[in-house]
Ligand binder design. Sequence first.
Ligand code: ARG
Length: 280
Amino acid sequence: MSQTERLPRNRTYLMCPPEHFTVEYAINPWMDTSVAVDAALAVKQWRMLHETLTDLGHAVHVLDPQPGLPDMVYAANGAFSVDGTVYGARFRYPQRSAEALHHSVFYRNGPWTFVDPAQVNEGEGDFTYLSGAYGGMILAGHGFRTEPAAHVEAQEVLGRPVLSLKLVDPAFYHLDTALAVLDDRHITYYPEAFSPAAQRILAQLFPDAVIADREDAEAFGLNLVSDGRHVVLNAEAMNMADKLAAAGYQPIPVELSELKRGGGSVKCAVAELRPRLLAT
Ligand code: ARG
């Protein structure tokens, strides 16, 4: 990747505190119901993440956590928005399905056009957006949670091209565990998490991507939030931080050991809200 200056842009995010966080069911290989989580520590770490984002100048909305929905802290999964339109989530597993309603209420009460999905999809867990590529382009994962049919539906709802990418490694079951958008045009990803065809397509479209290895991905180093310059990522992912710094970004490590027990990290805990673009 060329060494140009990386410019930050102010963002709007949505998060949900892990007040009711537990690991009482296992729907991904990271979840171990036999190990107790430290909910107080999870809340403390979450607050640090929240503060890190607000200190960077970003607006962070907070959703009320609900008892009985221990995974609600992974707010990324609740919906996916582009240019003021919100494509709602429909969770794969019944344990999480009620989360979608809480997210939809948030959007319906705000300046958003909310669209209920017919297809199973887990919001920003499996959808991400590159605003500067081809006038706006969606990258979407399938293979574990989101149905390919949801990619077609998202394209119709959001009016942006959707590039479907097949995930093949159960450890990286959501797109946001294997690929991240760094700025309007650039991504980072772990190739082996994708099918050979998807790897070829990613190499073709993003020849200057920051390439992560298995160790980076296992440290949840790809589960990051970037504002175009500052890249907030799991503190364990030290090699990933070095790679991002070498590409001109400024890594900001945060401790999120408890959220990792549920199979997530920074990005899973943060949904980016993309409001309507003002006509120029
Ligand atoms: N325990 C949650 C699940 O399996 C973790 C979700 C992580 N979120 C994410 N965006 N990758 O659904």
